[in-house]
Design a protein around this ligand. Structure first.
Ligand SMILES: [Zn+2]
Length: 113
């Protein structure tokens, strides 16, 4: 089962200026931690054994490790950022600009191959 993360977009974030956006998300670490927080809230499903919400967090590699089978899942796996090589801050900025302009998009179109 594939699970995706939908970032919560409120009216406030639609109206957020680029200046206030950069105050809230000034660097890569803040964006990664914000993304992890939302991923934790949605829960992680192990691709190998389908175990839910029984994972260790491996801070050194930014991966979840299943408590049942030790399978590791990256922070991006199964999300809108799956297989993207773009930084979290780049993706957050792109999403902010697209949300602010109310345009639809696919993140993979921003990928550089
Ligand atoms: Zn597992």
């Amino acid at each position: 089962m594939r699970k995706t993360i939908n970032l919560v977009v409120s009216k406030t974030s639609r109206n957020m200026s680029i200046i206030s956006f950069y105050k809230d998300f000034p660097d890569e670490l803040i964006c990664k931690l914000h993304f992890k927080k939302h991923r934790d809230e949605k829960g992680v499903i192990c691709k190998k054994c389908a175990c839910t919400n029984h994972h260790y967090w491996k801070q050194d590699s930014w991966q979840y490790e299943c408590k049942s089978c030790s399978f590791r899942t990256t922070l991006r796996s199964g999300t809108v950022m799956h297989k993207s090589k773009l930084s979290y801050s780049y993706c957050y900025t792109a999403m902010h600009l697209l949300i602010a302009t109310k345009k639809s998009f696919q993140l993979k179109k921003f990928s550089v191959n």
